[in-house]
Design a protein around this ligand. Structure first.
Ligand SMILES: NC(=O)c1ccc[n+]([C@@H]2O[C@H](COP(=O)([O-])OP(=O)(O)OC[C@H]3O[C@@H](n4cnc5c(N)ncnc54)[C@H](O)[C@@H]3O)[C@@H](O)[C@H]2O)c1
Length: 399
């Protein structure tokens, strides 16, 4: 008989049907360390297509449901209920779906942005707490080994005092009006009802903002945001620039753009301290460029024996081999599995200050979107994230 601690965790999924983007990444990532098995789901709104796709994935027929409500109810009633459900649907449905599972006491991985406003995001955080369920948000860039090492260096004061942070998530994927050509993901990301007017902030800005917080350990005290639409006729904002004041009066700058012509997936962070600086880029994720006061550059590489334990425990391949996004997602699932397994098996949960982003990080991301939109509406006035009112009428393209 398999020891309980070695049993795979049982996962379910809502969304991630045929041709969907991120659901597939979640499935691969969950398998990489063989910690999870996908056993239940609703793979799209069309029950017939969902059932056909589930069969291809090897999901048992009796655990393919017609909608998420039925899935939450029936899974919660099973003695072998799923340990976790991944919500990989477009943004407007995250809240209802995540709430249904959390209320049933089932842990949830919910895609970003967690919800469309901070009231509902806070409600999910509250329900997860009340129902003793884990709520995780896959800001998976924070799971790269070299990002973990950077976070360790910043926390251990290796840069001295942090003086300035510059982060950008500038992608060129929507530099043309793709939405007019029927592109599936562009269609909902440029629909304000699904993605919100500050779409680019929810989509890319929340990743950049989380990376900034995760690496530096600093929080935004206030921010000044500006939203623009670079592609004529687009119904949402596709370009955002944000000036921030972080804990301890540390200034920071964030640029999130989906119309950054020619950029592939330009996520980059640079942190400047009193004794040195470092730079990490998603398109070269296994390197961390560190510079000292004299300007000498050291390139730290994933796999080096001198890296921190935070990086080494998430390293699968030897020195010189590249690490990929899939592995960063897998690292997210490895951290999540550690917590879910301990809860399932009644063993102690390891204490780590660098682990997976939770619902609170998701809520902070949604508050960030609201604060940028509110600041923009108010002539880019300094705004305190979390104090803005719900985003109902606030951001409009006419401004
Ligand atoms: N963490 C990341 O790096 C990352 C990357 C890409 C996308 N995302 C997020 O993932 C989510 C999905 O994005 P995508 O690009 O994969 O979208 P997509 O349009 O490619 O896929 C969405 C899937 O959800 C299904 N769906 C929609 N409503 C449903 C419902 N009510 N019940 C069941 N299934 C439903 C669709 O049929 C489709 O299969 C978004 O919130 C997005 O912001 C995160």
């Amino acid at each position: 008989m398999t020891a309980p601690h070695a049993r795979r965790l049982v996962a379910g999924m809502v969304g991630g049907g045929l041709g969907a983007d991120i659901g597939r990444t979640h499935r691969h990532a969950m398998q990489l360390d063989d910690l999870f098995e996908l056993q239940a789901g609703v793979f799209g709104r069309n029950p017939q297509a969902s059932a056909e796709f589930a069969a291809k994935l090897g999901v048992p027929e009796d655990r393919v449901y017609s909608d998420f409500r039925e899935m939450a109810e029936r899974e919660a009633a099973r003695p072998d209920a799923v340990d976790v459900v991944v919500v990989a649907t477009p943004n407007d449905s995250h809240f209802e779906i995540a709430r249904a599972f959390l209320e049933a006491g089932i842990s949830v991985v919910c895609e970003k942005p967690l919800t469309q406003d901070s009231e509902t995001a806070a409600e999910l955080v509250r329900i997860a707490g009340e129902r003793n369920a884990v709520l995780a948000v896959p800001h998976c860039y924070s799971a790269y080994a070299m990002v973990r090492h950077a976070a360790r260096m910043a926390r251990d004061g290796k840069l001295g005092t942090i003086l300035f942070v510059d982060v950008e998530h500038a992608s060129g994927w929507a530099a043309t009006p793709l939405e007019l050509s029927g592109h599936k993901q562009a269609k909902w990301r440029t629909n304000p009802d699904i993605a919100g007017f500050p779409s680019v902030v929810g989509d890319l800005g929340t990743h950049a903002y989380h990376l900034l917080r995760y690496i530096t350990g600093l929080e935004a005290v206030r921010l000044s945001g500006r939203l623009q639409t670079l592609v004529p006729g687009r119904r949402v904002f596709d370009h955002s620039t944000v000036e921030l004041e972080l804990t301890g009066n540390v200034p920071a700058r964030l640029w999130a753009g989906m119309a950054a012509t020619g950029h592939n997936h330009g996520l980059r962070i640079r942190v400047y301290g009193s004794e040195g600086s470092f730079e990490w880029q998603h398109e070269d994720p296994h390197h961390l460029k560190v510079q000292d006061l004299a300007g000498a550059t050291t390139v730290l590489t994933h796999g080096l024996s001198t890296l921190s334990d935070d990086a080494t425990r998430l390293t699968r391949v030897g020195l010189g081999h590249p690490e990929g996004f899939l592995e960063a997602f897998a690292n997210f699932y490895r951290d999540l599995a550690e917590v879910l397994r301990a809860r399932r098996d009644g063993t102690p949960v390891p204490e780590r200050d660098l682990s997976f982003p939770t619902g609170v990080d998701g809520l902070i991301g949604v508050q960030f979107v609201e604060a940028v939109a509110a600041s923009h509406d108010n002539d880019s006035a300094w705004t305190v994230p979390g104090s803005a009112t719900a985003l109902t009428q606030s951001a409009s393209l006419s401004q």
